[in-house]
Design a protein around this ligand. Structure first.
Ligand code: HEC
Ligand code: HEC
Ligand code: HEC
Ligand code: HEC
Ligand code: HEC
Ligand code: HEC
Ligand code: HEC
Ligand code: HEC
Length: 412
């Protein structure tokens, strides 16, 4: 191993030891009696099934050669791109000796590879398939999640979908207005680099040069690639916020969002497995409800649909297949903090109101708009479309409020 790699590993280990000792310092909060802490720890040991480790360090094809290459990258990039270098030093990857070349290295024969600094074939875009070489558990099924399909879902939307009239105008441009969040189809130019029109792009369902869909960095950032950064609400608000996408505001205005802000100084998003407990994590974040793997046997899931019983974004609020199971999983999340009966009551009330609302309010209006849109042409149709978009956004917000916010709220 090169001397410089050893130094980075040593300093990374130091940072790690320091953060572990800071963590144990917060656990020993003097206001909490020792006995209570012990009881909590014992209860957690019983309740929490330790998630199985997702990753095993993969044996690189030629360890010495790859370590050597990354050493060259590091020597130069620590001054050329110090921000990237420092983020990487702080990552779990650096701690394990996983270097630049493990993610960016390429063969000359790869069509998106280019000769870099006269010596190495590399690529800039790192696809989920690349991460998946080591993160085998995470990549399984990832391509079928709504996130990875965020662009192809738009491209493939059927003309009988009630949302079709609204997305149709964007089809011609290949949804270029939507690519910031839904993703672009990355194209490789004559210089074997991504074209300026299609990359940089951090959309959820981007199609990578190797054809794999999706983007791991959209939640994990780069190059620290920590679980902690993805656990903060901000990792989702990047896309899940705004007039058409009300879930960010709904969360922020809910008692959960309020509690998160109120207690944020105590929150420890770095805590292994991100347990909910009264000393450190007392308010749920988006990731805790939708993806987190700690507690009552729940494993980290990279498919947010795994705990969803309905498709609330769809105007008809279709129920998802395997009804029952997703609800049990979501309730297991609530039960980490609430009395089981209370969470059950809340969700049962939401289900009942959803059914009433869809039948009494949404269905008749959907039918009315469908007729109108068929009849009207030109400018008049444009006016109807604007009303229709507003109607869909308003009713989606109402549904989301039932489950995540203040039931019964439409607009403030
Ligand atoms: C001798 C210095 C040097 C070495 C060695 C080096 N780089 Fe770079 N790299 C640079 C500079 C400078 C840039 C910015 C180039 C520019 O702005 O045109 C860069 C750019 C990059 C980019 C972005 C390229 C783009 O145009 O999209 C990536 C990715 C990258 N380097 C990765 C690596 C990896 C991986 C290695 C090791 C295999 C490496 N570099 C080795 C100096 C170096
Ligand atoms: C765990 C995988 C991983 C490792 C290790 C890694 N990178 Fe990256 N890097 C990425 C990802 C992901 C992107 C974002 C590109 C994309 O959109 O896919 C990126 C982007 C870049 C870029 C272009 C973006 C920019 O802001 O300029 C440069 C330059 C770069 N990396 C250099 C490095 C260097 C130098 C190292 C080693 C110190 C390194 N990378 C290690 C995954 C990695
Ligand atoms: C700010 C990020 C962002 C942009 C820009 C964006 N979307 Fe979305 N889109 C989302 C998110 C987040 C969801 C899923 C959550 C939801 O539906 O509330 C979504 C879901 C959708 C859905 C399915 C759910 C629904 O509400 O009907 C459609 C259709 C859609 N987007 C169309 C578009 C079109 C067309 C564009 C471009 C004109 C676009 N989006 C631009 C973030 C975005
Ligand atoms: C060469 C193998 C390898 C590649 C390629 C790789 N990883 Fe990792 N990754 C690991 C290992 C091993 C760990 C465990 C590190 C630890 O325990 O701290 C890890 C840890 C992580 C973690 C958890 C860090 C934490 O806070 O606990 C995240 C997130 C992650 N990787 C994301 C990615 C992403 C995203 C990519 C692609 C851009 C990627 N990895 C590419 C091997 C790899
Ligand atoms: C880069 C943008 C982006 C980011 C960041 C993002 N999402 Fe999404 N999300 C989307 C889009 C776009 C969709 C809709 C895709 C579709 O239905 O075609 C979506 C869909 C969803 C859905 C509905 C899933 C389904 O199967 O219908 C949930 C739940 C969700 N996201 C939660 C999250 C959480 C939690 C985070 C943060 C940890 C997050 N998202 C981060 C863009 C994003
Ligand atoms: C929608 C946001 C989002 C996307 C996209 C995403 N992650 Fe994650 N990831 C998270 C969150 C949130 C956690 C923390 C989960 C927890 O608390 O249990 C996490 C945890 C992890 C971990 C550590 C926990 C474990 O399961 O071992 C790894 C490794 C990881 N992600 C890799 C990846 C890779 C590889 C990709 C791309 C294929 C990816 N992530 C895409 C949000 C995301
Ligand atoms: C207290 C737990 C909790 C928190 C916190 C939370 N959600 Fe949800 N979310 C839910 C529940 C419950 C549902 C509805 C489940 C169902 O389908 O029965 C839901 C539904 C959704 C949907 C609708 C998916 C669909 O069916 O189309 C999206 C999108 C979403 N959440 C995103 C987010 C985002 C983004 C955040 C953070 C800003 C967040 N959630 C915070 C529990 C939560
Ligand atoms: C990490 C802990 C945590 C989780 C997980 C959690 N909550 Fe909460 N919940 C809170 C906190 C904190 C409050 C704010 C009130 C308080 O201080 O007790 C709250 C408040 C509520 C309220 C009262 C709202 C009102 O208007 O009176 C309801 C209902 C609720 N949560 C439902 C749920 C549901 C349903 C789930 C699962 C989908 C869930 N919670 C998951 C911590 C949590």
């Amino acid at each position: 191993m090169h001397r410089s790699v050893k130094i980075y590993l040593l300093s990374a280990a130091l940072v790690f030891i320091m953060s572990v000792s800071a963590w144990s310092a917060t656990v020993k909060d003097p206001q909490i009696p020792e006995a209570a802490l012990k009881a909590a720890a014992a209860a957690k040991a019983r309740a929490v099934k330790k998630p199985v480790a997702d990753v095993k360090p993969q044996e690189p094809r030629d360890r010495a050669k790859i370590a050597d290459k990354s050493d060259y990258c590091i020597d130069c990039h620590r001054t050329k791109t110090p921000g990237i270098f420092e983020e990487w030093v702080l990552s779990g990857h650096a701690r394990l000796g996983i270097g630049c070349n493990d993610c960016h290295g390429a063969y000359q024969s790869d069509k998106d590879s280019f000769l870099h600094s006269g010596r190495f074939y590399i690529r800039t875009v790192v696809s989920p398939a690349r991460c998946g070489r080591c993160h085998k558990q995470t990549i399984r099924g990832f391509g079928n999640t709504a996130h990875a399909k965020a662009l192809t879902n738009l491209e493939g939307m059927k003309s009988d979908d009630p949302r079709y009239p609204l997305i149709e105008p964007y089809k011609k441009s290949g949804f270029s207005e939507c690519r910031a969040c839904h993703g672009s189809r990355i194209e490789i130019g004559k210089d074997r680099r991504p074209t300026a029109a299609t990359w940089p792009n951090s959309g959820a369902g981007r199609i990578n040069p190797d054809k794999s869909p999706g983007n791991c960095a959209m939640c994990h950032g780069r190059h620290r690639f920590s679980a902690a950064s993805a656990r903060q609400p901000e990792a989702c608000l990047n896309c899940h916020d705004g007039r058409m996408y009300p879930e960010g505001e709904i969360y922020a205005r809910s008692l959960h969002g309020l509690a998160y802000r109120d207690k944020s100084s105590r929150h420890n998003l770095k805590r292994p497995y991100f347990y909910c407990d009264a000393t450190e994590n007392t308010a749920p974040t988006c990731a805790l409800c939708h993806l987190n793997g700690a507690g009552l046997g729940l494993l980290t899931r990279h498919d947010p649909a795994w705990r969803l019983s309905h498709n609330l974004a769809h105007p008809e609020a279709l129920s998802r297949e395997a009804k029952g199971e997703p609800r049990t999983r979501m309730r297991a999340v609530c039960e980490q903090c609430h009395a089981a009966a209370v969470a059950k009551r809340f969700l049962a009330a939401a289900d009942a109101e959803l059914e009433r609302y869809q039948e009494a309010v949404v269905e008749p209006e959907l039918a009315r708009f469908k007729k109108l849109l068929k009849k009207k042409k030109g400018k008049q149709r444009q006016v109807v479309l604007t009303d229709y978009a507003d109607f869909l956004a308003r009713t989606k917000a109402y549904r989301l409020n039932l489950y995540m916010g203040h039931p019964g709220r439409t607009e403030r």
